[in-house]
Write a protein that binds this ligand. Structure first.
Ligand code: NAG
Length: 224
């Protein structure tokens, strides 16, 4: 009976329990062993391209080419600085410095990394001003590429700085950061996380992430 019960449970596992491993990198993380990561089973990489209105990551090109040559599905991300200019201006800057998108099956929609500010948690913005800023970014990115960006955040930041808005829960896939053995509370009305960043010490360089689906689902996200 026990075995039968287990078999029934396994066959009823939701699709979302399938997973694809991957990682994210910025120049802070130094040299990345893309070939080693791919050999170990990782299949996607999220790569820092830009921050604010004028900063470009000095390792972006190397990382993007390295990831591409090793066979990864890859995408670029922008570190939001709502204290430095409008969302739409930052979406344009991101788009013209690596954050573009094409439905070629290997390019993920760009990601907006929005989290604790280097100088103040919510960059001095009220919750409603923060929602306005994010809306400006995601709508501009959508008009430039035809896709809504991924949104990377934490439960705590999203609750504190946006008032836990659910405004993007049906348009922007969630990339949830939570360094733990379980994903924890999912904020913002999102029904599930699309990616989960679960630690900051990936063996081949960068932070460890997992995609909440199978490899066909991942490829679909990278396809027009
Ligand atoms: C934020 O909203 C989610 C639903 O999306 C809910 O589960 C969570 O408890 C909310 N967080 C807070 C702090 O109210």
């Amino acid at each position: 009976m026990k075995f039968l019960a287990l078999a029934a449970f396994v066959s009823n596992l939701p699709l979302s329990l399938a997973a694809v491993s991957g990682f994210d990198v910025s120049h802070y993380q130094g040299t990345v062993n893309f070939a080693g990561a791919y050999s170990s089973g990782a299949r996607f990489v999220l790569i820092k391209a830009t921050e604010g209105t004028s900063y470009t990551d000095p390792k972006f090109s190397d990382n993007y080419v390295g990831a591409t040559n090793a066979g990864f599905i890859r995408g670029a991300y922008h570190f939001a600085r709502p204290d430095e200019g409008t969302g739409s201006a930052q979406a344009q800057f991101f788009h013209s410095h690596g954050g573009g998108w094409s439905g070629d099956g290997i390019t993920l929609p760009g990601m907006l990394d929005i989290e604790y500010g280097p100088t103040s948690t919510c960059y001095g913005l009220s919750q409603s001003a923060m929602v306005t800023w994010i809306t400006s970014f995601v709508n501009e990115y959508h008009s430039l590429t035809g896709r809504y960006p991924l949104i990377y955040t934490t439960n705590d930041w999203w609750t504190t700085c946006t008032g836990n808005t659910s405004k993007y829960s049906t348009t922007c896939p969630l990339v949830l950061a939570h360094y733990s053995s379980s994903v924890g509370t999912i904020p913002g009305g999102w029904p599930f996380q699309t990616f989960w960043q679960f630690n900051d010490n990936y063996a081949y360089g960068g932070d460890s992430d997992t995609f909440n689906g199978n490899s066909a689902n991942l490829k679909k996200l990278a396809t027009g």
